[in-house]
Design a protein around this ligand. Structure first.
Ligand code: SF4
Length: 384
C-alpha cells in the first residue's frame, strides 16, 4: 500500500498516527464522534469503486463538522476518482498498486480547475471569470464620463439578459432615457426594465410608468410580491405593521421588495441600478460595476459617480420625464406610506422611513443577505 497526496499527485509516507476508519454507512453521529477531539487522520472506506457514499461523508466532515485534519480514502479506488476525491475534501488516497501511482499523479495534475464549487474551493470557476469581467467593466465605465457611452459599453460587454430595476426615481428615469436614446435595444441588447409593484406605490409612480412607456417606446414590467406571503405578513403585523418596529419594516420590505427583486433577477447576467455615491453614507463606496456573488450577476451602477447637481443638470438639459411628486418636495420615492417630502437642506433620503434613526435606512435590496435580518419564523418555516 502506498499513499498519494491528492493535492500534488506525489507519493508520501504514511504518518505515524493511525487513522480512525469510517465505514461508508456511517451516520452523522458516528462522523461527529470520529471528529471529536481527533487531530489524527480519518480514513473512509470504499468497499467498491462504484460505491460513492464515501464522497458524501467527506463533504459532511468538511462542510458540516468543520474537520480540518487529514481525510484519507481507502479501499477499492481507481485513478479516475482522484479529482472527485480531492474536491470532496479528501487529502490522501491509499492505493494498493504502486505501479498505478504515475496514473494517479497524471490525472491529478491534468485538470487544475473545476466549474462547480467544492469542499476545496467554495467559489466556482465562473465566479473567478465573472469577478474579472465585472472588474474590467468597472474600469471601462470609469474611463468614460459620457452616459451614452457607458450604456453602449454595458450592452456590448454583457452577453444575455440585462435587468434594469427602476423605481421611476430621477436616476432611473435618466438611465431609462439614455437606454432609449442609445439605440442598444434596437441593436439587439436584451434589456428587461421592471418595477417592483409593492402594492403600496403612489398613483403618480404608475402614471409616470405609463407616460415613460409611451415616450420611450418600451415596456416596464410590474413585478409583484407573492400574494400568500403578503397576506401572512398583514395577518401577523397588521396593515401598517411596518411602523411598529424596524424588524417589521424590514420584513415588509423583504416580502414586498427583496424577494420579488431576486425572482426578477434570476437568470439575468447583469443588473442596472440608479445608485449614486452621494445619496447616503451607506452608498458612499458604490462601484460602477461589481460581481454580486449572492445573485450571480454583475451589478452595474452607471451613475455611481454623479453628483446631485449633475443629475439635475442632465434632467434639465435632456428634458427627462420625471415623476410629478418631485415638484412637491419628494426626492427619494419609495412606497407611499413610507415616503414624505423633505425640506431644503435635508438629507436626500430623510424622507424615507423618517421615524427610524439615520444610518442603514435601506430596504435590503442593496444589502448583502448576510447583513439582512432573518425572516420571521413563519417565513423561515415556509422557506425550509
Ligand atoms: S417601503 Fe414601506 S410599505 Fe414598502 S415594502 Fe418597505 S416597509 Fe413595506
Amino acid at each position: 500500500m502506498v499513499l498519494v497526496d491528492l493535492s500534488t499527485g506525489e507519493l508520501i509516507a504514511e504518518p505515524d498516527t493511525p487513522a480512525t476508519v469510517l465505514e461508508p454507512d456511517s451516520n452523522e453521529e458516528a462522523l461527529a464522534s470520529a471528529v471529536g477531539g481527533n487531530a489524527g487522520p480519518i480514513a473512509i472506506m470504499f468497499p467498491s469503486f462504484a460505491d460513492g457514499r464515501g464522497f458524501s461523508l467527506a463533504r459532511i466532515l468538511r462542510d458540516r463538522l468543520g474537520f480540518t485534519g487529514e481525510i484519507r480514502a481507502v479501499g477499492s479506488l481507481i485513478p479516475d476518482q482522484s479529482q472527485f476525491l480531492l474536491r470532496s475534501g479528501f487529502d490522501t488516497a491509499e492505493i494498493a498498486d504502486p505501479d498505478a501511482a504515475e496514473t494517479w499523479r497524471r490525472t491529478l495534475t491534468l485538470i487544475r480547475h473545476s466549474y462547480q464549487p467544492s469542499a476545496r474551493n467554495p467559489m466556482p470557476l465562473r465566479w473567478n471569470a465573472s469577478t474579472k469581467a465585472a472588474a474590467e467593466l468597472d474600469r471601462a465605465l470609469n474611463a468614460t464620463d459620457d452616459l451614452a457611452e457607458r450604456i453602449r459599453l454595458i450592452a456590448e460587454r454583457i452577453d444575455g439578459r440585462i435587468a434594469f430595476s427602476t423605481s421611476v426615481g430621477l436616476e432611473d428615469q435618466v438611465i431609462l432615457q439614455a437606454i432609449a436614446k442609445s439605440g442598444v435595444v434596437k441593436a439587439g441588447a436584451d434589456i428587461d426594465v421592471f418595477t417592483l409593484d409593492t402594492g403600496r406605490l403612489f398613483p403618480e409612480v404608475l402614471e409616470t410608468i405609463e407616460l415613460s412607456e409611451l415616450r420611450y417606446r418600451t415596456r416596464i414590467r410590474l413585478v409583484s410580491p407573492e400574494a400568500r406571503e403578503v397576506e401572512e405578513l398583514v395577518r401577523r403585523d397588521g396593515v401598517y405593521g411596518f411602523r411598529r418596529s424596524i424588524e417589521n419594516r424590514k420584513s415588509c420590505c423583504e416580502i414586498r421588495k427583496v424577494r420579488p427583486l431576486n425572482r426578477a433577477l434570476q437568470g439575468a447576467q447583469a443588473w442596472i441600478t440608479g445608485l449614486r455615491r452621494d445619496q447616503s453614507d451607506a452608498r458612499a463606496d458604490v462601484p460602477m460595476a461589481e460581481w454580486d456573488k449572492e445573485r450571480g450577476l454583475i451589478k452595474i451602477n452607471p451613475l455611481a459617480d454623479w453628483s446631485e447637481e449633475r443629475l439635475n443638470a442632465y434632467i434639465d438639459d435632456n428634458a427627462v420625464l420625471v415623476n410629478p411628486l418631485h415638484a412637491q418636495g419628494f426626492v427619494s420615492i419609495g412606497c407611499a406610506p413610507c415616503t414624505r417630502p423633505i425640506e431644503p437642506g435635508e438629507d436626500p433620503r430623510a424622507g424615507r422611513w423618517w421615524w427610524e434613526a439615520e444610518g442603514m435606512k435601506e430596504c435590503g435590496m442593496h444589502v448583502a443577505e448576510s447583513e439582512r435580518p432573518a425572516a420571521p419564523v413563519a417565513q423561515q418555516e415556509k422557506a425550509a
